[in-house]
Write a new protein. Structure first.
Length: 500
């Protein structure tokens, strides 16, 4: 897999190719497509069954949407409340405006402990800011402890799915990675390791056990933060998170500011919808919560790093802000026909699939080739919206971002209003839209054009010339009718004479 940069703001601009080029390479990989097809079909079938068990699913979905929207409208107040609660419970809160600041804070905190190793529970926020790379540059080695993240790390790879980061790997590939790489990171793989799931899981357990017992510093993210008590919540299926959150002496949690909920009563809604939408379980096997520090039990030093990194800019967009409702369940990825064929790496971001197509261009902006192409990485079929447990209208945001890419216009970047220039490569599209606007605004010209098209229809080509071949190569051009609808309407008196 490509080792190209897939980070977020605060790092050099992404060098990843535009989505169409990256997807073209992915769809020509039969192993990748087979892995994705099997995994996504299996997960979404189980999810559908789990959701069908809940008679009030629609009400839970609406409640989740309303809670998230309310929290985003009053985000400043709830963040202050959270800081006060965490501080009162013995923790320390740090505010990070971007990736660079977050990495400086975390690196500094680890250095203060004198340690050169940390264990990590799966965290998309730390992937977003490139924390592992920043720690490595400072001489600190970070060990991923989630099984899928471990596979990705050992394989010198990148995550390709929100829930199952190694979804693009099959069991044979995982066995080979373990055999080849485990010894370089710690305890080597057992002799004669096969590709059976039980043996692979046992090899990972043995490899990670020594790291859990040795580590003095743990780094986590959080699925939710409860403002009223300052409590953080991580849900997971393997128990590695519980080990990272309880054994180290120092715990550092890096969390996006949008992960906050006002009360425990609000949290109840998401603890019902998240597991069913993600792992198709009624509840997660491990739901870990922690509030500050407790003498003699668990980490004695707790630091919470609240990460902005483009989130307040996204919040300023009335249409696009709904992406911040996301609870990272990955349901939209598993139903998306584009993701199923292209895989996660084609999106050039730690947030792949439909949610990545609307979140990454807002967090990073649309100046780069990859970010300008992401709003087009969709067929607009709407399946993502139908399964989203917080009712994010992803197709609506995709169309909104397409308009921003083509037309430019006002946006908020780094807290300031800026005027975006139209992206390169869309001049023909803009010209076509302007011509259509003019024609639709001049009825006489539209009528003349329709009549001319009908009278010359026998001369029309079956495929489009030039760049249009990319569209008509897999689609039939619609046939032009023998007469325009307006003429038919006038000739038949509005269809009253029964003419067809």
């Amino acid at each position: 897999m490509s080792g190209t940069y897939l980070g977020m703001p605060g790092f050099p601009p992404p060098t990843h190719p535009a989505f169409p080029k990256a997807a073209h390479e992915a769809v020509n990989n039969p192993t990748l497509r087979g892995n994705l097809r099997h995994a996504t079909h299996t997960i979404r079938a189980k999810r559908a069954k789990a959701v069908a068990e809940v008679s009030d699913w629609a009400a839970l979905r609406e409640a989740g949407k309303q809670i998230k929207d309310h929290t985003l409208r009053h985000l400043g107040r709830y963040l202050v409340q959270l800081e006060e609660a965490v501080t009162a419970a013995g923790g320390t809160v740090h505010w990070a405006a971007d990736a660079d600041e977050a990495n400086r804070i975390v690196t500094g905190l680890v250095k203060e402990t004198g340690e050169s190793e940390v264990v990590k529970v799966k965290s998309m926020a730390t992937q977003e800011i490139g924390l592992n790379e920043a720690l490595q540059a400072a001489g600190i080695r970070a060990y991923e402890t989630d099984l899928a993240e471990l596979i990705v790390q050992l394989g010198h790879d990148r995550p390709s799915h929100i829930l199952v980061p190694a979804i693009h790997r099959n069991r044979g590939e995982i066995r080979d990675i373990f055999r080849r790489e485990m010894g370089e990171w710690g305890r080597p793989a057992p002799e004669g390791l096969t590709d059976t799931p039980a043996e692979l899981a046992e090899a990972a357990r043995l490899h990670l056990r020594e790291k859990f017992l040795r580590a003095k510093v743990g780094i986590s993210g959080a699925n939710f933060m409860v403002a009223e008590t300052g409590t953080l919540v991580v849900v997971e299926s393997e128990g590695n998170g519980r080990m990272c959150l309880t054994l180290p002496e120092t715990l550092i949690s890096v969390v996006g500011i949008e992960k906050i909920v006002p009360t425990w009563q609000d949290l109840e809604v998401f603890l019902q919808t998240l597991p069913r939408s993600s792992t198709a379980e009624r509840m997660n096997p491990y739901t870990s919560t922690w509030t500050g520090t407790t003498d003699g039990d668990g980490p004695q030093n707790f630091h919470l790093v609240l990460l902005d990194n483009g989130r307040t800019d996204t919040l300023a967009d009335v249409v696009g802000r709904q992406a911040l409702r996301c609870i990272r369940c990955s349901a939209c990825l598993n139903v998306c026909p584009v993701y199923e064929r292209a895989g996660g790496h084609a999106y050039g971001s730690v947030y792949p699939g439909p949610i990545g197509a609307i979140l990454s261009p807002q967090l990073r902006g649309t100046a780069s080739e990859i970010d300008a192409s992401l709003p087009y990485a969709s067929s607009l079929c709407g399946a993502c919206y139908e399964v989203c447990p917080v009712a994010i209208d992803i197709p609506e945001v995709l169309v909104h971002l397409r308009e921003r890419v083509v037309e430019g216009g006002e946006a908020v970047r780094n807290g300031n209003k800026v005027l975006l220039k139209p992206a390169k490569g869309h001049a023909a599209e803009r010209a076509a839209m302007r011509a259509a606007r003019w024609a639709l605004s001049h009825p006489a010209a539209l009528r003349t054009g329709q009549r001319l098209a009908s009278r010359t229809r026998r001369l029309h080509p079956r495929t489009l010339p030039g760049p249009g071949r990319a569209w008509s190569g897999t689609r039939d051009l619609p046939a032009v009718p023998a007469e325009p609808f307006r003429d038919w309407w006038q000739r038949t008196g509005g269809g009253k004479d029964g003419a067809k």
